[in-house]
Design a protein around this ligand. Structure first.
Ligand SMILES: CCCCCCCCCCCCC/C=C/C(=O)SCCNC(=O)CCNC(=O)[C@H](O)C(C)(C)COP(=O)(O)OP(=O)(O)OC[C@H]1O[C@@H](n2cnc3c(N)ncnc32)[C@H](O)[C@@H]1OP(=O)(O)O
Ligand code: FAD
Length: 525
């Protein structure tokens, strides 16, 4: 995708690249694409098989696709339009593999003719996102100037010496991956935009659609007056609000990024991209079903959006793989603190430095709605899961397992921990927004939404019961309180979706007068 390519030149490139390529990329004289993924390797970037060598005689790099699994795959824009690509490849200098590097390669001329030694094919029809021409690229010993190596992290001198200020191959690799973060931020934001549209359509429809009377000669009941319908939609609305505040926080964090924050932004963007894209799919499915048959009409968006946005859990990093980055990073923080006897600092783990929170044995309605109880419950879960995860990893290591194998075997606690981290960070983001609002009705309604978010997270995660953070009686109280919160939020449902500020034109006929929209007079004759 052009924006990824432009970003890659900005991040991986240096002055010579910025001056030569950025302007033409921005004004679309150059149509770019981003060729990282291969048929054989997508998540495992370190495993890609494209190989680049250096010819000191001609001061050129030679890029080659050595086998069919090395063909670049899924490359957005490559099938029909892109003139240039950022090709990711192993760099082999004098027989030593220096790891993954990025190169600018022209693949078509301005008239769209494929360049010599380049082969391109289409990835064919997809279940969604068919507006993007995803393509496949083979490089047949393509020669490019030495200057086309994006050299912000490493360089090759004219006589073929490999030069890099980052000696540690892991950190050099990390530097090459850092630009992916902006795409993940974009996807997290975009996922919540589409969740908001789905919610606005489904709730507005539920405020006009009726089904069954509950007493003779009474009007049929509005869908949103069914407690069960409220239970299906309003917790998702609360989560959408929580994630909207969270992606705004992430955008600010990214916008104000510094090299020291790179790692934090990688972890938070991985967590939020996964959480928000999974939430979007779940929300769109529930909204689609809540609209009944109308949810299947493309013009009503909610169903169609599912196929368009399903890819968000995969591209820019598979969600399950990105979630592993969180537990890996938290384990490193745990070792750093415990083994070096240093306080936790960063990633919001400072709560680990204080005493373990105690959850009251009897959870009244006011306690369940109390922000301190909610924060304590989330802190307790994260703290306990991190300790359990670290203990399991250290035990496996002491039994002689490799680090990679230990992480592979501890996936259940890793997934629980990744979720606990993400939920707690989002609750913090929500509370920051709520605290910034002056007392009054808006603050009260935000408090209801925040409590709904926190209690639904507790209700949905078996860890709270599994590890004893809550008793079965307390878990039952949580469930009852959610029903009460649905009834408290019901009167504000329309205002809450209107507050998203989505222009009517971006909603769909069933969000308005769907009888008129389907009247004979509106049938195209
Ligand atoms: C430039 C952008 C401009 C704007 C963009 C707008 C875009 C709009 C989006 C819509 C269009 C999308 C189209 C789709 C495009 C694509 O899909 S592009 C291809 C995407 N592919 C991936 O995301 C690959 C996913 N895999 C990885 O990222 C990595 O392989 C990995 C799984 C994260 C790492 O695996 P591994 O080999 O196990 O290495 P580790 O040991 O885990 O990591 C090494 C160290 O590097 C650190 N690190 C990893 N990633 C980053 C990062 N992004 N930023 C910073 N640091 C990173 C990691 O934490 C490790 O550090 P240490 O633990 O300290 O060693
Ligand atoms: C529509 C679309 C557009 C795209 N655009 C681009 C683009 O422009 N440029 C580009 O470079 N790429 C692009 N991609 C590729 C995308 O980035 C990859 O699909 C993604 O990184 C996942 O890699 P993969 O498809 O090889 O899946 P794999 O990595 O093979 O993953 C398959 C499954 O294995 C699981 N898995 C993988 N590793 C592990 C592990 N260590 N532990 C447990 N489970 C694991 C994953 O969770 C997943 O469920 C695009 C993809 C699509 C579908």
């Amino acid at each position: 995708m052009a924006d990824l390519r432009g970003g890659a030149i900005q991040f991986f490139g240096t002055k010579r690249h910025h001056e030569k390529w950025l302007k033409d990329t921005e004004n679309y004289m150059i149509k770019g694409c981003f060729a990282m993924t291969e048929l054989g390797h997508g998540s495992n970037v370190r495993g890609i098989e494209t190989v680049t060598t250096y010819d000191a005689k001609t001061e050129e790099f030679v890029i080659n696709t050595p086998c069919e699994s090395a063909q670049k795959y899924w490359i957005g824009g490559a099938a029909n339009h892109a003139t240039h690509t950022i090709a990711f490849s192993q760099l082999n200098i004098n027989g030593t593999n220096q790891g993954v590097h990025a190169f600018i390669v022209q693949i078509r001329d301005a008239d769209g003719n494929i360049f010599p030694n380049i082969r391109v094919a289409d990835c064919s029809h997809k279940i969604g996102l068919n507006g993007v021409d995803n393509g496949r690229i083979w490089f047949d010993n393509v020669r490019i100037p030495r200057e086309n190596l994006l050299n912000s992290v490493a360089d090759v001198s004219p006589d073929g010496q490999y030069l890099s200020a980052i000696k540690d191959p892991d950190q050099r690799f990390a530097a090459f991956l850092a630009p992916l973060t902006s795409g993940r931020v974009t996807i997290a934001v975009s996922a919540i935009y589409s969740s908001k549209i789905g919610m606005a359509i489904a709730i507005r429809y539920a405020l006009s659609r009726r089904a069954f009377s509950v007493a003779p000669n009474e009007p049929e009941v509005l869908l949103l007056d069914y407690p069960s319908h409220q239970r299906r939609l309003l917790p998702l609305l609360a989560k959408t609000y929580a994630m909207s505040f969270s992606v705004n926080y992430l955008k600010t964090l990214y916008w104000n990024r510094t090299p020291e924050l790179n790692k934090t932004i990688h972890i938070v963007s991985s967590a939020y991209k996964a959480a928000c894209s999974w939430h979007n799919m779940r929300t769109l499915q529930e909204c689609r079903e809540a609209c009944g048959g109308q949810g299947l009409k493309t013009e009503n968006h909610v169903g169609h959006f599912k196929s368009e946005f399903d890819v968000q859990s995969t591209f820019e990093g598979d969600n399950n793989v990105l979630m592993q980055q969180i537990s890996k990073a938290l384990f490193a923080e745990y070792l750093n603190a415990k083994k070096r006897n240093k306080p936790f600092k960063g990633l919001g783990l400072e709560h680990m430095n204080g005493p373990s929170p105690v959850v009251p044995s009897r959870l009244s309605s006011s306690t369940l709605r109390d922000r301190q109880f909610q924060v304590d419950a989330f802190h307790l879960r994260e703290r306990d899961l991190l300790a359990r995860f670290a203990e399991e990893i250290l035990k496996l290591l002491s039994q002689g397992q490799s680090r990679e194998h230990a992480f592979m075997l501890s996936y259940q606690l890793a997934e629980d921990l990744g979720r606990a981290f993400s939920d707690r960070a989002m609750l913090q983001n929500f509370l920051q927004v709520e605290e910034s609002v002056p007392s009054g009705l808006l603050k009260e309604i935000l408090g209801l939404l925040r409590s709904m978010y926190a209690l639904v997270v507790i209700d949905e995660d078996p860890a709270f019961l599994r590890y004893g953070y809550l008793s079965p009686e307390n878990a039952a109280s949580v469930r009852k309180e959610i029903m009460k919160l649905c009834s408290d939020l019901r009167p504000h449902a329309l205002a809450l979706v209107n507050a998203f500020g989505i222009p009517d034109a971006l909603l769909s006929p069933i969000a308005f007068n769907w009888v008129d929209a389907n009247a004979w007079s509106s049938v195209q004759h």
